[in-house]
Design a protein around this ligand. Sequence first.
Ligand code: MN3
Length: 199
Amino acid sequence: MAFTLPDLPYAHDALAALGMSKETLEYHHDIHHKAYVDNGNKLIAGTEWENKSVEEIVVGTYNKTAVAQNGIFNNASQHWNHALFWEIMGPGEKAMPGALEKALTESFGSVAKFKEEFSAAGAGQFGSGWAWLVKDADGALKVTKTENGVNPLCFGQTALLGCDVWEHSYYIDFRNKRPAYLSNFLDKLVNWEAVAARM
Ligand code: MN3
């Protein structure tokens, strides 16, 4: 089915005091994410993917060698990634639900250790990509990183949290300081209620 650009779940200036400016969200949501939606729609028109869900398209076109499938994958996957990214940030209360705190402590030793591991994954992704907190098929929580638009659906994992580490996500607000962007993301931007709801 045709992709649709979701509205941001908050105003464009709602995260400015937390380190993600109105200008970043105007470029990132209104221009970058919209381009993935528009290009994806052009590429799936008239193909076998036209009436499939975005999840089916991501899984079905991942790692295929045909150039046309690659283009569809990149745009579909980035559309899915960004829809998740907007959802797991927010301007409101940032308390972490107890169930999530317990799960992170069990898997990583502490919430602080989880944050360290997540930041290291994002900072260590060479070039464009994403850092993730995922739930594996066996229920274990893990930190991963992926290149370009690849996402956890490709590996049968449930994405609980994703952070865009493409330069367009942080260059306006943090210039080249990706580690500072990542720690700000974890400490100020993540809506942990939304992350817990994905468990
Ligand atoms: Mn992006």
